[in-house]
Structures are given as C-alpha cells and as structure tokens.
Design a protein. Structure first.
Length: 365
C-alpha cells in the first residue's frame, strides 16, 4: 500500500489538512501514475481538490520524486495572513520597511531557494499580490519590501486551491495570466466519497496510529462498520475520517469497532445512491423551481428575474461589469435593471443614461 503522511507537528491537532494519503482506489492509482510522470520535471503544478483531500501530501510527494528532494520544501497557506503582511511574508522585508519590522527577514521564496515552494489556497491571494507573484515567477527574482535590490531565486512552485479558479477569473478575483503560469500541469484530487477504495486502508492506518498513542492493543472493524464507513459521504474528507476514528477509539469498549461506535449522524447526512442524486446545474434549478412553485403562486417570473440579478450582483462584489458578463448581458441592461430593483441609486447613473429606455432582463424558464 502506498502511504504518505505529514511530518509530526503540534499544529496538526487543530488543522483541517489531511495527515495521510493512500492510493488503493483505481482513481487514486491513476493519479499516482500521473504524479510519477510529472514530478521529475521542473513544471509548475496546480493541485485542485476539496479541503482535507491531501493536497499538501501530493505536493510533498512531487518534491520527493524530483531532483530537488534534498533541498527545502516550504509549505505556506496564502489565506493565513492579512493583505498587509502577505507581501512581506512572500518576498521578505528589510529593517524598518513597516511598523514592527525590527530586522530584515527573508521571505518564503528565499527560504525555498533551490527547492520547492508550495502555495496552498492560492485563490486567497489579493489581486495586488497576484501581480507581484506573476512578476517573480517570470523574472525568477524577488525584491524585498523596503529594498530595491533584486535577489535571484531558483524555486519550483506548486500551488493548490479548493475553489474553481476559472470562476474566480470570470468575476475578476484571480488573474488569468497567473492561472496559466501556475497551471502548466493540473492534478485533480477526487473527494473521499468518490474513491471509496481508499476509505478502509486509511481507516486501518488511523486505527494503528491512535491505538499506539492511546496504548491500546490490536483493534479491528466489523463488516457492518466497514459498510457504514464506505457509505458515508465524508464532507470533511480524509481529515474528517481521522477525527471520526480518533473519537471512536476513545469510546470503543472492546477490540472490535461496531457501527454504533461510529458517530457519523451528527456530521452530515449519509450519501444517497447515485441514482437518487443528479449534481447537474439543471437538476438543481429544477428542484428549486419545484419548491418555489409549491410555496408561491403568481408573479414568479419577475421575482426570479430580480432574485437572479441580485444574487449575481452580490456574487460579483457589486461590480456591474462582472455582473453583466456573468449573466450574458450588456452593462447598460444590467445597470438599468439594478436601478429598478433598488440595488443601485438613480444618482449613480452615468451622464446622459436613460434608464427608461433600457430594455429589461428577460429569462426563459
């Protein structure tokens, strides 16, 4: 069995990251084959997956299989720092560059020089920092905050995200040129519910790990308990499975884990059969409309139009151009409708704009 684990760290006790990864399921084996093909190269890699699916573990394995394996591996969470500090953390700073900068400090790029820099949750980077990151990747040099001196760096960048960066690009929250710079190779990690062949091997690993910590003897899992584990949807992925096994061992009174020992019901509703679930956008809309039809009557067309425009406007962070692009409208049409539904004040119109002359938003339902 292929098993990867994170280095021991006190921070992992409260982390939402996966601490172990296996490749028993056919989907995982295919992913491992892809990793082994691309890891020896110097290409940037974008790792995509839900929280807790093991993105950092995959990044570490890529580093281990590369020629940089004996050089530093630096993992950072781009969402863990405020916008005012993330630039200094990434690129470093000189003494006195800002209040509290009592001495010079190298940034993450300098720390990873010669090795690999893993940028987790890359989609959380502010736009201004994305511009500077793109320049660093292109020019292979950094300039510390408060300095004009250029410092050459040799770093392979691996990035990870749990959001669809394509959507972030469409609404103006992520730079398209940076996306293509990072996405030379793309690795998609399936959620645990879609690779059920990994559930029991991970379960056995976590039972062994926590049994040793708790001073227990051998612990086994009954067939009914295994079935329950494989049927659960695991919204928290590998980290949730680890927490469940840890809790189960704390309350289990014999050496066999039974279904009642697994406290899953309070976490999420268990997964339905695939035949009962259709994840398509059309199916979700159909269900929402069905509920709307059952609860309300009359004037639904205008209500749906208004609700759609309002939701798109808020999703686009009140940007009229992005709202119009998202809905496939001209800016003038979107603006006129936003004024009509009260999302924009009339006095915010551009000079000469005729709100009454604009055609309204029309949808076919």
């Amino acid at each position: 069995m292929q098993l990867f684990t994170l280095p021991p760290s006190p921070a992992l006790a409260t982390s939402i990251r996966a601490t172990a990864q296996v490749f028993e399921d056919p989907k995982s084996q295919a992913l491992l084959d892809h990793i082994q093909q691309v890891a020896p190269s110097e290409a940037s890699v974008l790792i995509i997956g839900e929280t807790g699916t093991g993105k950092e573990l995959v990044a570490r394995h890529i580093h281990h299989l590369s020629a940089r394996r004996n050089r530093p591996f630096v993992a950072v969470n781009c969402g863990a720092f405020s916008q005012s500090l993330v630039e200094a953390e990434l690129f470093g700073h000189e003494k006195g560059a800002f209040t509290g900068a009592l001495s010079a400090k190298a940034g993450w790029f300098e720390e990873a020089d010669g090795g690999t820099l893993f940028l987790d949750e890359i989609g959380d980077l502010p736009m201004a920092i994305q511009v500077k990151l793109l320049r660093v990747l292109q020019e292979r040099e950094v300039v510390r905050l408060g300095s004009r001196k250029r410092i050459a760096i040799d770093v392979r960048v691996l990035a990870a995200t749990n959001v669809q960066l394509e959507k972030a690009i469409n609404v103006g929250r992520f730079r398209e040129d940076l996306y293509y710079r990072l996405n030379v190779v793309s690795l998609a990690l399936s959620p645990l519910r879609e690779r059920t062949g990994d559930i029991l091997p991970l379960t056995r690993h976590f039972i062994q790990t926590y049994s040793q910590r708790l001073g227990y003897g051998p612990i086994s899992v009954s067939h009914l308990a295994e079935h329950k584990l494989k049927r659960y949807s695991w919204p928290g992925n590998i980290r949730e499975l680890e927490n469940v096994i840890h809790h189960t061992l704390l309350i289990c009174r014999n050496a066999v884990i039974e279904p009642d020992d697994l406290r899953l019901s309070g976490l999420r509703i268990e997964r339905q059969n695939d035949s009962d679930t259709d994840p398509s956008a059309e199916a979700l809309l159909a269900r929402a409309f069905q509920k709307l039809f059952e609860e309300q009557a009359g004037a639904l067309h205008e209500k749906v139009e208004d609700a759609l425009l309002r939701a798109a406007y808020h999703f686009s962070h009140h940007n009229q151009v992005h709202t119009a692009n998202l809905l496939g409208l001209s800016r003038n049409v979107a603006r006129a409708r936003l004024i009509k539904i009260g999302e924009l004040a009339v006095n915010k119109r551009r000079p000469g704009e005729n709100v009454q002359g604009e055609r309204m938003l029309h949808l076919s339902i």
